[in-house]
Design a protein around this ligand. Sequence first.
Ligand SMILES: [Mg+2]
Length: 176
Amino acid sequence: MYNKALFLDRDGTLILDKHYIKDPDDVEIIPNAGDFLKTAKGLGYLLFMFTNQSGVSRGYYTFEDIALCNQKMLELLNLPEDFFTEICIAPESPTDPQIYRKPSPRFILEMIDKYDLDPKLSWMIGDHLNDLKAGINAGINCAWVSTGKPRNEDIEDYIHEHSIPIFSQLSDLVIF
Ligand SMILES: [Mg+2]
């Protein structure tokens, strides 16, 4: 029996993208995201958060700052602290050697292996081209949410090429 999962980007998908958030007081959630995540979990999806945080490598904030912001996010989403099965915070900047930073599919591939995920039933959801590429590189489905980065031509082309569905916000997803 294989499992199914959602991989969720953080900034622009679960919370507003305010560029390098360091202060938990700046965390603002996307409306209805918490209820959506609870519904997904109730339907048997394992939930993973997968976030690029180059601010660590750039020296803007630490892993501890990110943990405090994540804690605040879960509080505001009305979700328990252990809600996500696993969280991947990729600290590399685009110029560092790339390990987990999206578009690397490494985290997703590791979770597919560890939790016996069915790629056909699993999704990467985000607002950046790198989110989509990480999902496609890992062989899972992707969905775009319009609550973060604007879509430029590269993104439009990629979405078209891979037939990626677009949703106005996370809670509008109809993938189940
Ligand atoms: Mg994002």
